[in-house]
Write a protein that binds this ligand. Structure first.
Ligand code: NAG
Length: 378
């Protein structure tokens, strides 16, 4: 026996009639794919000779990257792979009986994905279609579905390690490439499925340009809808959950919105219809506005020793910055405090603070100012 074996098999003679007491160190280990790990088996209270053996849970065989040291004391998994995950048991047998202890090995590994059905999918308009994305990986990966070149929300459901994308009734415009992505701390992986939709011959397929538009208040915005189909589809525009702005007009599939305001922000829908069906396409519009500022209060009378508090309010596109100044002076009085949400505070005011105070609210489109007059009794 070499020295290390002596350490692992500390035999206690007084207990020579007892079965071996076995312990394993560590009891659990987590390593990355490709790393190595060892478990040590210690046997006490036993009469030699003791036979020590390592086994795998479920009677699996030890694969070729798992080696057991001399006399069974150390089990080493080198270049760990996902299949090595599981339970390992050290069993010691002597003439006095048998003892065992086990350890659990977890292998961290990047996600692997499987799509069912794998695709490409050829489906008919109106079919109910779903694709399951199943992932393995440790830690458990986060699964998401997206459509290539699109940020539109998809209908998905998730249970355990499966994320399913579903179309209750597929439409011609659903044709495209869909990507399932799985991500954990060890990596990211993607799988794609291509969906081909066989429509009624000549069913409409609509598309809009642009799909997203940001405008500044007062501008004119145009959106164009194009539709394939036979007979040529009729195009109508509408606004999601609201009527079209009254200043809008439609011309050959083009929607023109004049002098847009903040309330015109939202989703616009092009609907192309013919005898074979209809197809919808969406444009998202955001209208940005310069700030409009007011002071609250805009007039204030104080006694010496009072605290002055003014609030500058503004609506318009965020973020909005506020700047306070005193009209006709280079700077605010000493001790004045301002906050990022537009407050001006001066404690313990004196008569000399009377005057006009100005707030300027600005965002990336423009700015607006508001005045407040302050009078402190002499
Ligand atoms: C588009 O037109 C079809 C058929 O006329 C209709 O059923 C559908 O509700 C319309 N969609 C919208 C958003 O107006």
């Amino acid at each position: 026996m070499d020295l290390s074996a002596l350490i692992f098999f500390s035999v206690i003679c007084a207990a020579s009639t007892q079965a071996p007491i076995v312990s394993v160190e560590p009891k659990a280990a987590t390593v990355r794919q490709g790393e190595s790990v060892s478990f040590r088996c210690q046997v006490r209270n036993s009469v030699p000779p003791v036979n020590v053996e390592w086994t795998r849970g479920n009677n699996q065989v030890l694969t070729d990257n798992i080696k057991v040291g001399p006399e069974g004391s150390v089990l080493t998994v080198s270049n760990a792979r996902p299949g090595n995950q599981g339970q390992y048991r050290c069993v010691a047998v002597s003439s006095a009986g048998r003892g065992s202890a086990s350890a659990v090995l977890n292998i961290k590994h990047p996600p692997k994905l499987r799509l069912t059905p794998a695709g490409p999918l050829l489906v008919r308009v109106g079919d109910t279609v779903s694709v399951q994305c199943r992932a393995t990986g440790r830690p458990r990966p986060k699964l998401t579905w997206k459509r290539q070149d699109s940020t539109l929300q998809l209908f998905t459901t998730e249970t355990n390690d499966v994320n399913t994308i579903q179309w209750p009734a597929i439409r011609p415009e659903d044709l495209g490439v869909y990507i399932c992505q799985a991500e954990n701390s060890e990596g990211v992986s993607e799988a794609k499925v291509e969906v081909f939709v066989e429509g009624e011959p000549g069913a409409p397929v609509a598309s809009v340009t642009p799909e997203e538009v940001t405008a500044v208040e007062g501008q004119t915005v145009t959106m164009e809808c194009q539709a394939r189909g036979s007979p040529p589809p009729v195009i109508t525009w509408s606004k999601l959950r609201a009527p079209l702005p009254w200043k809008s007009r439609e011309q050959n599939g083009v929607l023109i919105l004049e002098n847009v305001g903040r309330q015109d922000s939202g989703q616009y829908i092009c609907n192309a219809t013919n005898v074979h069906g209809y197809s919808e396409a969406y444009t998202q519009m955001e209208v940005e506005t310069p700030p409009y500022a007011t002071c609250l209060p805009d007039q204030v009378r104080l006694q010496p020793g009072d605290t002055l508090q003014l609030q500058c309010l503004a609506h318009g596109s965020h973020p909005i910055q506020f700047t306070w100044s005193r009209v006709g002076r280079a700077s605010l009085p000493p001790g004045a405090q301002t906050t990022t949400d537009g407050k001006l505070l001066i404690a313990n005011v004196k008569a000399g603070l009377s005057g006009t105070y100005k707030c300027v609210a600005s965002n990336h489109i423009g700015s607006s100012e508001a005045l407040a007059s302050v009078y402190v009794k002499a």
